[in-house]
Design a protein around this ligand. Structure first.
Ligand SMILES: [Fe+2]
Length: 161
């Protein structure tokens, strides 16, 4: 009896392009996870006159991040690759670093602003590659996240200035 080779289903992208894209998405995922945990930390530990405002805003942001993390990880799976899934890997590969101790409320906002800069830079870089290889679905996904992150960036910058 003839043994048929297992069919490998692929999206229409060059293997090298695809690997480059998912590698970059994985680095974004790692940064996003550290950012997410930082937001939870700040949500729990915020003190002072801005408590109610920032406690709520950090919660809004970690919920926004949670959705984005899932969408980015699942986009990597769509390509057949594996998203980083351990805290060790996230800490190792994240461009965003964990805070030392508990910052005051103003330092928290400045720290999150710095995170936005990193995330925006990483997303713009991935969008550039996605444009080059015609990956419209990744463009669609990241454009939405980027647009909202830029809006948060403006709001946080206005808060500290
Ligand atoms: Fe809470």
């Amino acid at each position: 009896m003839e043994v048929k080779e297992k069919t490998i289903y692929k999206l229409g992208f060059d293997q090298k392009d695809k690997t480059q894209l998912t590698s970059k998405l994985n680095l974004l995922l790692a940064s996003y996870h550290v950012h997410y945990q930082k937001l939870r930390n700040f949500h729990w530990n915020i003190e002072g006159e801005n408590f109610f405002e920032l406690h709520g805003k950090f919660e809004e942001l970690y919920n926004f991040s949670k959705v984005n993390i899932d969408d980015i990880a699942e986009r990597i799976r769509v390509f057949g690759d594996r998203p980083m899934a351990s805290l060790q890997e996230y800490l190792k590969y994240s461009t965003i670093k964990e805070p030392n101790g508990i910052p005051d409320s103003n330092e928290m906002v400045i720290s999150i602003l710095g995170d936005f800069e990193v995330l925006i830079k990483q997303m713009v870089d991935i969008l550039d590659l996605a444009n080059q290889i015609g990956d419209v679905s990744t463009i669609d996904l990241l454009t939405k996240i980027l647009k909202q992150t830029e809006k948060y960036f403006w709001m946080f910058r206005s808060f500290v200035s």
